[in-house]
Design a protein around this ligand. Structure first.
Ligand code: GLU
Length: 314
């Protein structure tokens, strides 16, 4: 068992759609340090829910990279692909309280009538009163009330969302019968007893939907900390889609130092000479929320650009 007390439980939840890149390393390092600085637990969950997008072997590659970087997780790695029973139970719970309904609309039907929102078309609730004659169920959607969800993000401050007005009834089971991320993440955070979610700010807008589901399902709401995400010169999030390069497994220290500096932790210049263990020791001890840049995104210097790296003396 772990040497860490049970009070704080954080997690890192990568989608195994490819190897870790600098953007995902930032989320891993931020969540790891926030947990370890408080002598808390740090769990890993593979978000391999969206089978068609997952890449075979990417999960073990990610775990190997975490190990090489010296990030040790607690307990067993959870795999979302094995959790359909739990998601089904949650879905049945929502059905029993009339908090969701089947929807027969196709994407193009929705696009033709919906207002645009920050996260795509705002579903106008067409199927709320039942499916039209002869229509087949496509997806399952939440039946939102007029809830205004507000929460205090530890870094980004007060966030308020009018769910129905600004987002619309959202999908919890997709047309291809796969459970949607919003439902799965809520069920899994509850199952793993996560007390605080530390992840990239690209998910800030998802959090109110997750809190709404937690409230319906009677789960505890964790605290949230949304880190700045690394973006490329075009302002796009580093990701597989934007061809972010995989981080180097062989020599973790330069990327780790870059991630720490990205997170405002100001690694001392001579840290480059220290071992990986010493670097972690320094980082765990000196981790400071106050030093995190309170912004949603920061351009990441690319691999060639060493401007945010202290000199490395190899
Ligand atoms: N699986 C998501 C990702 O890789 C993270 C989800 C989360 O942390 O809630 O971007």
């Amino acid at each position: 068992m772990s040497q860490y007390p049970r009070d704080y439980r954080g997690r890192f939840a990568p989608s195994p759609t490819g190897p870790l890149h600098f953007g995902s390393l930032v989320a891993a390092v931020g969540s790891y340090l926030q947990a370890r600085h408080q002598q808390g637990q740090w769990l890993v969950r593979m978000e391999d829910l969206d089978r068609p997008r997952c890449v075979k072997g990417a999960d073990s590659q990610i775990l190997k990279t975490l190990e090489r970087y010296g990030m040790v997780w607690d307990g067993e790695v959870m795999y979302q692909s094995q959790r359909d029973t739990a998601y089904n139970i949650a879905l049945e719970q929502l059905e029993a309280m009339n908090a969701c309904y089947p929807c027969a609309c196709s994407r193009s039907e929705i696009a033709a009538i919906a207002r645009p929102g920050s996260e795509g078309p705002i579903y106008p609730g067409t199927c709320r009163k039942g499916l039209a004659e002869g229509k087949k169920v496509n997806a399952i959607r939440t039946r939102l009330d007029d809830a205004v969800i507000s929460f205090h993000d530890l870094l980004q401050g007060e966030i308020t969302q009018y769910l129905f007005r600004d987002l619309g009834d959202f999908v919890i089971r997709r047309a291809d019968s796969l459970f949607a991320y919003q439902l799965a993440v809520v069920v899994d955070d509850a199952e793993q007893g996560i007390t605080e979610v530390v992840r990239g700010s690209d998910l800030l807008e998802s959090t109110p939907r997750q809190i709404w589901l937690q409230q319906k399902l009677g789960y505890h709401t964790p605290t949230y900390l949304h880190l700045p995400i690394a973006v490329n010169a075009a302002g796009e999030k580093l990701s597989k889609q934007t061809f972010a390069t995989a981080i180097d497994d062989q020599e973790p220290r330069p990327q780790l130092i870059k991630a720490l500096n990205f997170l405002g932790q100001q690694v001392p210049g001579d840290a480059a000479d220290s071992t990986l263990d010493d670097l972690w020791q320094w980082a765990i001890q000196h981790w400071s929320l106050a030093k995190l840049p309170a912004t949603r995104q920061i351009p990441a210097a690319d691999e060639q650009d060493s401007s945010i790296l202290p000199p490395i003396n190899n």
